[in-house]
Design a binder for this molecule. Structure first.
Ligand code: M6R
Length: 615
């Protein structure tokens, strides 16, 4: 995720863009940049760091006058966060300037073609390829900017919200959208462009939200022409009157970042496998893995190190890896691993999982593993983070910034990456049948729509939350792939509602926790269709006969557990190995609603920090 802002009109573009970028920093803040047209030439400044760093840089580098400009705050996807990879990007002629939020999947092929035609590139970004592709089309086809953008976007695979300026036409901004948001604010003789309406809410309440596969040519003092990117159809855009305040807009209309991030999961899971999973062709392609497959296929053992929610994702991976790759897996709390004298050899592969990429314990575990000769693979969300740099190779989750302290989308995107890695290794090792491999690829592609379906239970889950918001204890039970989901569900509830909760493998209950069961104890049981279904049904009976209250996560269409449970939350039918990606959604929503009803600070719970950079 990145934030984009543009302005064309009669006001001072600089302050509008800088203030707008500050409001969009929730979308990414590893680098920022701005391009301003002062009436004669385009002045550009960009830097690694936050928007305040950009302001400092601008003071030293460029004049800030001008009524046309574009700006960007970045969440790196292609290329580490540094000055050169920051946006805006300029075409080889110096005439076209672009900002982009999204991922161009086929950029490598396009880049090769452009290099063959004599283009040179400064950055590692996909965006610089796009701006030069547009320039090349303009030259070759002798067409106007809008047409060149349209032709280029028809050659592009991926997701984008772009804003583009041609210094030969300083009365125009061209914008386009597919998969990433883009709003156009309409003022009097002025227009604003942004990833959401927050940068322009004090100037105008009128906005057009472009639909996917639409582009617009915005002309100063004139009009906006919206058209389809495919074909020639003009669109009559719907102008909305905005009623939200600034804070609501930044949260996308949700009350909390956590809820927004829960609801983002269908799209970010797609972003995680975008361009990496080609189910039709039976391909999984992870850049960081391609050159290191043999490290995995020859490994004696995989050791996963992580903390908190990332550790739970590691536990899910243990089941998946052992089932498909037949490589033994150990999952370690990074904080414990670093302080014992673990046996690690050069035949071990260590996978470090971390949303932030800055967790001190995980970092120390990585250093120890490297000292002992292991190959270390990182799975991080934050591009360019310390862990992503300290590991030998790795895969980014591409979940976009996670602002809520309680991890939600980080968990499901980590599992998505781990699933792709396991499938790839199993395929190369020959430990998974071709039909299973193909089945799981196709099923993984269906996960976003299944998560959407699971989210539809939100209102029902809110009703359940009302019933249980005042209890003091919760138990969470799950078996197999869903045992880690039980742990994660309990952690979510604890950290944001401050209610005591414990997660257990369902069968462990009779070894102790069953003593806690009485008519006051709600027990959340993940009781979906699986190999353990009958056993879980027995566990539910054991709880019921001790008057415990059952809140069950069930597969749509289930009748047995629904009849036994006091309350249930439905999720769509999914192959067992992939069920954590849907069952966890119900538990995230349950803890969220309980915390809201208790008036907790959901996004910043007490005593916690988003990234734990101390021991
Ligand atoms: O950034 P990391 O994934 O390394 O963070 C690990 C834990 O600190 C983190 O998952 C923490 O447990 C979250 N608050 C859980 O919601």
């Amino acid at each position: 995720m990145c934030g984009i802002v543009g302005y064309i009109g009669n006001r001072d573009a600089y302050s509008i863009i800088i203030n707008g970028l500050k409001r969009l920093e929730y979308r990414g803040y590893d680098s920022a940049g701005i391009a301003l047209y002062d009436g004669e030439k385009l002045n550009l400044s960009k830097t690694k760091g936050k928007v305040v760093d950009l302001e400092e840089r601008v003071k030293k580098e460029i004049p800030t006058n001008g009524n046309l400009g574009i700006g960007h705050t970045r969440w790196a996807t292609h290329g580490v966060p540094n000055d050169i990879n920051s946006h805006p990007h300029v075409s080889n002629s110096g005439e076209l300037v672009i900002i982009h939020n999204g991922i161009i999947e086929n950029y490598a092929t396009l880049k090769k073609e452009l290099i063959n035609r004599g283009y040179t590139f400064q950055s590692d970004t996909d965006t610089e390829v796009l701006v030069n592709l547009i320039e090349e089309i303009q030259k070759q086809e002798n067409v106007k900017l809008g047409q060149a953008v349209q032709i280029a976007l028809n050659q592009v695979v991926g997701a984008y919200a772009i804003a583009l300026i041609d210094i030969k036409k300083p009365d125009e901004i061209v914008v386009a959208k597919l998969g990433s948001p883009l709003a156009i604010g309409i003022g009097e003789d002025e227009f604003f462009v942004a990833s959401d309406a927050s940068p322009f809410i004090e100037y105008t309440n009128n906005a057009i939200y472009l639909e996917d596969e639409e582009m617009a040519i915005i002309r100063k003092g004139r009009d906006i022409k919206v058209r389809k990117i495919k074909g020639d159809k003009l669109v009559d855009p719907y102008i909305q009157e905005l009623k939200m305040n600034l804070e609501q807009i930044e949260k996308g209309g949700y009350d909390h970042f956590m809820l927004k991030e829960i609801y983002e999961q269908p799209s970010v899971i797609k972003d995680t496998y975008r361009g990496r999973l080609l189910a039709d062709r039976g391909i999984v392609r992870l850049g960081g893995l391609e050159n290191y497959i043999e490290k995995f296929t020859n490994a004696d053992r995989i050791i996963i190190v992580a903390c908190g929610t990332s550790w739970h994702a590691g536990l899910v991976a243990e089941y998946i890896f052992e089932e498909w790759t037949r490589i033994p897996v150990e999952v370690e709390y990074a904080s414990e691993f670093r302080y014992r004298n673990p046996i690690i050899t050069s035949k071990d592969v260590v996978i470090a999982i971390s949303q932030s990429g800055e967790t001190a314990d995980t970092l120390a575990a990585i250093k120890l593993a490297k000292q002992k000769g292991a190959f270390v693979y990182g799975i991080c969300n934050v591009v360019g983070s310390t862990i992503s740099r300290e590991t030998h190779s790795g895969t980014y989750t591409h979940a976009g910034p996670e602002i809520g302290v309680a991890s939600t989308k980080a968990f499901t995107t980590q599992i998505t990456v781990l699933t792709m890695i396991a499938l790839k290794i199993a395929k190369v090792k020959g430990t998974i049948s071709n039909s299973d491999f193909m089945l799981y690829l196709r099923e993984l592609e269906l996960i976003p729509s299944k998560v959407e379906e699971a989210l539809k239970s939100n209102e029902k889950i809110e009703e359940i939350a009302k019933v249980f918001k005042d209890v003091n204890n919760f138990l969470y039970l799950g078996r197999g792939y869903n045992f880690p989901v039980a742990l994660e569900g309990a952690l979510k509830l604890k950290e944001i509602s401050y209610i005591h909760a414990e997660g257990y493998p369902a069968a462990e209950m009779k070894h102790g926790p069953i003593a806690l069961i009485d008519e006051h104890m709600p027990v959340v049981v993940i009781a979906i269709n699986s190999n353990h279904y009958e056993k879980v049904v027995s566990n539910i009976q054991e709880i019921k006969s001790r008057k415990g209250i059952i809140i069950a996560v069930v597969t749509k269409g289930d009748t047995t557990v629904k009849e036994m449970a006091d309350y249930y939350m439905e999720v769509p039918k999914t192959p067992e190995a992939l069920t954590p990606l849907v069952t966890t959604i119900s538990l995230q929503l349950l803890s969220y609603h309980i915390a809201v009803m208790l008036n907790r600070n959901v996004d910043q719970p007490r005593n916690l920090a988003k990234s734990v950079t101390v021991e």
